[in-house]
Design a protein around this ligand. Sequence first.
Ligand SMILES: NC(=O)c1ccc[n+]([C@@H]2O[C@H](COP(=O)([O-])OP(=O)(O)OC[C@H]3O[C@@H](n4cnc5c(N)ncnc54)[C@H](O)[C@@H]3O)[C@@H](O)[C@H]2O)c1
Length: 429
Amino acid sequence: MPHTPHRRHFLALSALGAGTWFWTAPTAAARRIAGANERIGVAIMGLSRGLHLARTFARQADAVVLTLCDVDRRRLEQGVAELNKLTGRTVTAVVDCRKIMEDKAVDAVVVATCNHWHALASIWACQAGKQVYVEKPCSHTPQEGEWMVAVARRYQRCVQMGNQRRSWPVIREAIAALHQGAIGRVYQAQAWYLSRRGSIGRGQTTAVPGWLDYELWQGPAPRRPFRSNVVHYNWHWFWHWGNGELGNNGIHTIDLCRWGLRVHYPLQVTSSGGRFHYQDDQETPDTHTVALLYPEGKQIIWHGYSCNPLPGLQAPDVLFTGEKGTLAIRGGSYTIYELDGKIRQQVKGETSDTIHVRNFLDGIRQKQPLTSDIEEAHKSTLACHLGNIAQRVGRTLRCNPSNGHILNDPQAQQLWSREYAPGWEPKGV
Ligand SMILES: NC(=O)c1ccc[n+]([C@@H]2O[C@H](COP(=O)([O-])OP(=O)(O)OC[C@H]3O[C@@H](n4cnc5c(N)ncnc54)[C@H](O)[C@@H]3O)[C@@H](O)[C@H]2O)c1
């Protein structure tokens, strides 16, 4: 049975200035693990995105998938059958993730559940001495993101968010080029998300299907009757469980915008949009524009089109505007344009989840820093939360640029955190 000894104090990080983390020399425990070539025992929660990640972890020579967890028994059985076949091992199946937290053989937990579970599962995992790979958005509310950073630091855990673009080599090269002045002073970043989603229709309150443990699916969220058009995936479009398209896909590119601009917390956040394309149960916008103003005259604008991919327009994923040119990111590639429109440089790159998973495993072994450590992940997720809060209250937010906290707006400030189902509140945060 693989076992990582001495998880506590496994990782030593020290903060030196805003948003910058430097690694201390590997601890004795970390050197022993690398030397002993022990495999990192992984447990995975949520088997849609999580099953894809399970396959990726299972293919890494230095990791072993020990446990799969889902509250949907069909997905759990299918996932375990597939992983058993892929690995030639017997993977443990669990419905209740608290069993994972108690299992000493598990070194790392992958949280790929619905968003309302991300923080609680990550906090429990850190408190149990485990490393965490948590899908984006890392939290469901700003408060949860702050708790996650605090808990990761207190327990000295590696907590990586699943915004895989942070690890793609050509994207890293593009951001480094920006930081080295490739387009001069960069003052604006825009991002687009384009899709062709259908309507979620009108659901009804129905009996909970026999394959689902709905009590565990709801977990920390206050109880609501089961509705026919929420599980699976459509929970993204209800504020009670999801964060809309901004938290679902906006987070990927807003993170690149923030990274490229080297900004942390906004001064002002404006939102405009709505459920314009379809009239159905969806609460979150399908057409959404958010503008975030940061200190030093820098701006991020996100355009979300969930139901019309603007065919023919060829919008990039991200476009940086600078004094001497523009830099566009599409997929894993980038192009630098001169101010007169001539292409100066074009670099093609791959898109890959594996490299981000490798970074997480190498981060645990202290071979390299995490590319998306929870503190940076929180700042980008917070930008999305603030955009959604501005949308929900219907006015511009003013924020404290040292921590992103909302100023002078009690109604908006209420959305900084959420109510929890009794007994499910995160503890020790
Ligand atoms: N990084 C990426 O590119 C990427 C891609 C897709 C999804 N995601 C993220 O992954 C997460 C899941 O998305 P999805 O599309 O797979 O959603 P989904 O609704 O299809 O799947 C979520 C799964 O989690 C399970 N689940 C819910 N509560 C659970 C619990 N307490 N314990 C165990 N399992 C539980 C559900 O039963 C379901 O099988 C989301 O946060 C999403 O943003 C990231």
